[in-house]
Ligand binder design. Structure first.
Ligand code: CTP
Length: 481
């Protein structure tokens, strides 16, 4: 992990570093690349954004760099924050003057004063994020690492540079960041730092929901997202930001019978899904799939614990949770709702005899999301009973095989009815009414039950029979398709 100066210089080959160096020297400003960019050099991670700190005016340095780069560079100045950004090709550089900061208790808005590099490093979140590399010509490539962040990177430790109570109280978002970095990097949060998260947890309430969910989504996109939620639970942040998930934790026992801990079960499902797919919304479906369980939990003397309809209750809970967590309320939410609502269907199929009709109905309801629904349902098998797991997996194979065969044969996935509601109204001379809906549903059921195929001829024959059985008159309207 240790890199010598020459090796570090190798990571500063982009022309932009040479230009920043020359302009800083010309303006007589001490200047460093700092934070995530430096950390990611050592961790061999790709990093897009470059943060530059200068002892003096960051805006002056940014303006000089933008002027040097010419028309292809875009400069944005944020006077209120004393920062400026230069975009050039696919590189984004953020410039800021070195600061000392102190905060007041009720906001994240700091009282800012000019400071030295060391002041600036003191006010950063974690030792691994406080490393700086000098860009001035005579010290180009020199590493400044006052808190031995390198050693922490090597040991895989997240630790604040100062007293963690100060660092977290100054900016409570950092509690989320600590857990997010631990999840992304597979690091451990140092004990005192972790205790301070627990102590300062209530301060998370001054942070906007958008920032919090940003961190959660970064966690969710990691290789093992459960790490993050388990740390959130341990630090008691979870009960503040996501009480519905917290409510899944714990085991209740009656007459010597307990149920499984649905929080840890959900975590296992989430990791299983994460292994199979990068889709963030499928991962959210895993987090939410049993969210309706606490509300539906009952104890029955004969059969033990039940969670009847938890999938439908869960589906209904999704919009409220999405709204509060500032997750999108669009098709992504609908997708999560659909998967939560349907997640018991393949399991039931795998337990019972798999009929063609049930498979057609599942295909019809899941549509193009059928593959992802199957991933979720297979991920949901977390039993420790090996025999049970084996049986489920082999039954799922049958379900998948059947899904495949029936889709090939009947193309149910995106089935459009061959006879529309309008055509039914004309045929039966009916105004828009409940009756039209019933006729349409009967036709759909006939197709899904395999009574008829989804083609015009069979549909018309079906409707003629349907009419004569009920004494309805068909008005000779031909179907156009
Ligand atoms: N920083 C901080 N406190 C925060 C946010 C950021 O001290 N609440 C500092 C850290 O030194 C961090 C740097 O600002 O390294 C840049 O922040 P940011 O771009 O948000 O994060 P990165 O560390 O670059 O990581 P990532 O890109 O993964 O978010």
């Amino acid at each position: 992990m240790k890199l010598n100066k020459a090796e570090l210089i190798n990571h500063l080959q982009d022309d932009i570093f040479g230009i920043i160096s020359e302009e800083a020297d010309r303006l007589n400003l001490e200047c460093y690349v700092i934070g995530g960019y430096v950390r990611d050099i050592f961790l061999k991670r790709d990093s897009k954004d470059i943060d530059v700190v200068t002892v003096g005016s960051g805006i002056d340095l940014a303006s000089a760099v933008a002027a040097r780069l010419g028309k292809k560079a875009f400069l944005s100045v944020f006077k209120n924050f004393g920062t400026a950004q230069v975009k050039h090709k696919d590189v984004e550089v953020e410039f800021v003057g070195a600061r000392r900061e102190s905060y007041n208790r009720d906001s994240r808005k700091p009282i800012v004063e000019d400071g030295t590099l060391n002041d600036d490093q003191n006010r950063r979140d974690f030792t691994i994020n406080a490393l700086a590399i000098c860009l001035n010509k005579d010290r180009f490539g020199e590493l400044v690492d006052p808190f031995d962040g390198l050693a922490d990177m090597k040991k895989g430790i997240i630790k604040t540079p100062l007293d963690p109570d100060i660092t977290f109280s100054d900016d409570p978002l950092r509690m989320m960041r600590a857990i997010r970095f631990a999840t992304q990097l597979g690091f451990t949060i140092e004990e005192e730092t972790f205790k301070a998260i627990e102590r300062n947890r209530e301060r998370i309430n001054i942070i906007s929901g958008e920032r919090v969910i940003d961190e959660i989504n970064k966690m969710m996109n990691s290789k093992r997202p459960s790490t993050g939620f388990i740390l959130l639970e341990k630090s008691k942040l979870l009960e503040i930001i996501f009480p519905e998930l917290q409510a899944l934790k714990g085991i209740e026992s009656k007459e010597g019978r307990g149920h499984k801990d649905n929080f840890f079960h959900t975590m296992a499902v989430l990791d299983n899904v994460a292994e199979a797919s990068d889709n963030l919304w499928l991962r959210w479906s895993a987090v939410m799939h049993d969210i309706g369980k606490p509300a539906t939990k009952r104890y029955d003397k004969k059969i033990g614990w039940t969670f009847h309809n938890h999938n439908f209750i869960g589906e209904k809970m999704v919009p409220g949770i999405f709204r509060r967590l500032k997750l999108p309320l669009d098709t992504k939410m609908k997708y999560v709702q659909k998967l939560v609502g349907l997640h018991m269907r393949p399991i039931v199929l795998a337990e019972e005899e798999v009929t063609d009709s049930a498979i057609r109905r599942l295909l019809f309801d899941a549509g193009d999301d059928i593959e992802e629904l199957m991933i979720l349902c297979e991920a949901d098998i977390t039993s420790k009973n090996k025999e049970k797991v084996k049986r489920y997996i082999s039954n799922f194979k049958v379900v998948r095989q059947k899904l495949h065969e029936i889709e090939e044969k009947d193309r149910i996935r995106n089935m459009q009815p061959v006879v529309t509601g309008e055509e039914i109204m004309k045929m039966f001379n009916l105004p828009p009414s409940r009756e039209v809906g019933e006729i349409k549903a009967a036709l759909k059921d006939a197709v899904l039950d395999g009574v008829i195929s989804n083609n015009t001829e069979e549909a018309i024959n079906f409707l003629k029979n349907y009419a004569s059985e009920r004494g309805l008159v068909i008005h000779g309207q031909e179907i156009t398709k």
